[in-house]
Design a binder for this molecule. Sequence first.
Ligand code: GDP
Length: 342
Amino acid sequence: MSSKDAAKRPKPKQATEPRQPRQSRKTAVITGVTGQDGSYLAELLLGKGYEVIGVVRRTSHDSYERIGHLLDRVQIVAADLLDQHSLTTVIRDAKPDEVYNLAAQSFVPTSWNQPVLTGEFTALGVTRLLEAIRLAHPQARFYQASSSEMFGKAVETPQRETTPFYPRSPYGVAKVYGHWITVNYRESYGMYAVSGILFNHESPRRGLEFVTRKVSDAVARIKLGKATELRLGKLDSGRDWGFAGDYVDAMWRMLQQPEPKDYVVGTGKMHTVRDLCAAAFRHVGLDWQKYVAVDPRFVRPAEVDTLLADASRARKELGWTPRVSFEQLVEMMVDADLERLA
Ligand code: GDP
């Protein structure tokens, strides 16, 4: 290029704040950035100096309550897992080092009412995003949010990476597809694509429809005199519940390894919905049995009775350990709801 041409180039914009040079600053794209995991992951990556690009789906209502405090630091772009072109454009423009696919239709009961839509987002959406990466920037590292719901009617306990899948809901079935298409793109195209099989993970930012948050919200309402009872479905269900803030760290670690591999992430401890109620009510000095009623409306057509993780591979290879216990998690959620509702 001649010096005359160089003179015609637009002057780079003066940044108001000093920024790290592009070479040392990694870029990450997060789908589902407005959700529980997306908000914690965005915080984690910003703390590590990443440039974070959050993908949002246009809706008629504002859904930024979980990332309101990050909006001046996260670049928001519009795209949709149902729309191939929008995904390819995001990846082509961002040329990210890492892509985290946390977007999905993620509530199990809804997946029986909208099984086809669940498949579009939660299953085929993964292929669309992988295709966008393959075509526009194949060197990006890809994280797929797989789920313990894939183990469903578990054929062994605890569940590990080699445990066969037996999903029990259209959501679980769609996640199995998302898992295997991720493995397949890794094996077909040599892409760095991994799948994190995360067991249930909760926080004060969990949606109110999930059982942990439904319980913490109800306990706070009852304690404050704003409600008198809590109606639930199956109380015997057992889950391996951990803190979402711990789990996004496992996601990041999975993308920093020499080889792409899939990992189970969970605490290795199981509690029932009944235990959850007892712990949450106990924290505010109430007896759960006086307030909880079973309502057949919340019983599911097919149930995942118990889930328990064997996360030894993640502990050994990623050096990952959960920091928040079940009791601490329940207390954190009840306290946050008490503060919010007071
Ligand atoms: P999931 O594991 O992804 O389905 O997470 P959820 O938090 O939705 O449900 C966990 C377990 O709690 C399941 O076995 C549910 O059947 C059970 N459960 C019992 N009562 C309720 C309820 O009222 N709402 C929800 N969401 N789950 C309930």
